[in-house]
Design a protein around this ligand. Structure first.
Ligand SMILES: Nc1ncnc2c1ncn2[C@@H]1O[C@H](COP(=O)(O)OP(=O)(O)O)[C@@H](O)[C@H]1O
Ligand SMILES: [Mg+2]
Length: 155
C-alpha cells in the first residue's frame, strides 16, 4: 500500500491503568516490530517508558522482563530475544546525536530492534523512519500512549 506523507493516519491511542497494563501493551505492540525497527519513546520521568520497554522486549522474546532496567550508567543494554534488542536512554546525554552515532546505531539496526528512551533528543542521528511512542501521565496510575508506527506498517 503506498504511503502518502500528507495523508498519514493519526497516531493510535492506547490507555493503561497499571504497570501490568503497560507491560501487556508493550507485548502486543512488539508483535508488529521487525529487525531494523527503531522505536523512539517520549515522555517525562516516570511516564512509563522503561515499563513499556519491558513489555516490548518480552514480546520480542526476552524470557525474563525483569532484566530490563533503564540504561542509566551504561549507554546501551542488549537483551537476548528472537533478534537482538537494544535499549538506549539518552536522558543524560549532552550530545545525544553524537552519542547515538558513536554507539553504532546503524550496526544495531542491521539485525536488531532498537528502543530509545528520550530518543527525540537525537533528531539528526535517528533513522528517517522510526516508530514514535509518546506517553502522557493522565492520572496516578493512568497513562495515555500515542503510537505512530513506522510508515507502511500500520497493520
Ligand atoms: N499505567 C502505568 N504504566 C506504567 N507505569 C506506571 C503506571 N502507573 C503508575 N506507574 C508508575 O510510573 C513509574 C514509571 O516508571 P518508568 O517506567 O521507569 O518511567 P520512565 O522510564 O518513563 O521514567 C513507575 O514508578 C510505575 O510504578
Ligand atoms: Mg526510563
Amino acid at each position: 500500500m503506498p504511503t502518502e506523507p500528507t495523508t498519514r493516519p493519526a497516531p493510535e491511542q492506547h490507555e493503561t491503568r497499571s504497570v501490568r497494563g503497560t507491560v501487556s501493551l508493550g507485548r502486543r505492540l512488539a508483535s508488529r516490530l521487525r529487525p531494523g525497527d527503531c522505536v523512539v519513546l517520549t515522555g517525562t520521568l516516570g511516564a512509563g517508558k522503561t515499563a513499556l520497554v519491558r513489555g516490548l522486549a518480552e514480546g520480542l522474546g526476552l524470557a525474563d522482563g525483569r532484566l530490563v532496567a533503564s540504561p542509566t550508567f551504561v549507554l546501551v543494554r542488549e537483551y537476548p530475544a528472537r533478534c537482538p534488542v537494544f535499549h538506549i536512554d539518552l536522558y543524560r546525554m549532552a550530545d545525544a546525536d553524537g552519542e547515538l552515532e558513536a554507539l553504532g546505531l546503524g550496526e544495531m539496526l542491521r539485525d536488531g530492534v532498537v528502543l530509545i528512551e528520550w530518543g527525540e533528543r537525537a533528531p539528526a542521528a535517528l533513522p528517517a523512519d522510526c516508530w514514535r511512542i509518546e506517553i502522557a501521565i493522565t492520572g496516578p496510575k493512568a497513562r495515555q500512549f500515542s503510537v505512530r508506527p513506522r510508515s507502511g506498517q500500520n497493520a
